[in-house]
Design a protein around this ligand. Structure first.
Ligand code: 2BA
Length: 162
């Protein structure tokens, strides 16, 4: 369980570590891989969410899945990617959160995941929580814990600052 003081400080402003849906790069399952490659190249991210036309989270698209598809056909040119859709190569969403205050789950999953999609109870995409935003929050915690809480070591000589 997360320590109560740590949780309180991290949760002071949960919205601060959510990147809202309107600024998250995404593709739809019906997009061609040619279009998806253009989006991925332009934004510079290696993995982005796949949304339906009504903004439901459907999967994740990795740049590696697009390049793998290209390499399937010997000598294939990029325009061959217009015959394949995002739905053909996207991966399922294994991990997501429906509440940015579920810190225990978020911190555990972000050890292995670079980001977590945030959805509402209908699986409508709300944004993402990235490692970077959570680390910024942890950095804030590291610098502000003793401004709001008195932190006293249980054993007086356990802290060696040499
Ligand atoms: P990656 O694309 O593998 O990026 C890993 C880290 O590299 C990012 O960590 C970020 O620190 C840096 N980075 C990569 N491309 C960047 C760019 N175009 N602008 C600024 N920084 C860039 P995080 O920021 O923690 O992001 C973790 C993952 O979340 C990213 O993994 C990407 O899959 C996703 N992501 C982050 N912001 C996104 C956005 N606005 N739209 C779509 N996906 C996003």
């Amino acid at each position: 369980m997360i320590d109560a003081a740590v949780e309180q400080l991290l949760l002071e402003d949960p919205k601060s570590y959510v990147i809202p849906a309107d600024i998250v790069a995404n593709v739809t399952a019906t997009n061609t891989l040619e279009h998806a490659l253009m989006v991925l190249s332009k934004v510079g991210y290696t993995r982005i969410p796949v949304l339906s036309a009504d903004d439901h989270l459907q999967g994740l698209l990795a740049l590696s899945a697009v390049t793998n598809s290209l390499l399937q056909v010997p000598g294939a040119a990029v325009d061959q990617l217009s015959t394949v859709t995002v739905a053909d190569v996207m991966s399922p969403v294994e991990h997501y959160v429906d509440d940015p205050r579920k810190l225990e789950k978020i911190l555990n999953l972000l050890v292995d995941e670079p980001f977590l999609p945030l959805v509402d109870d209908q699986m409508v995409f709300q944004g993402i929580i990235t490692r970077r935003e959570i680390l910024k929050r942890v950095n804030y915690l590291a610098h502000n814990l003793d401004r709001q809480f008195e932190v006293i070591p249980r054993v007086a000589d356990t802290i060696d600052r040499s």
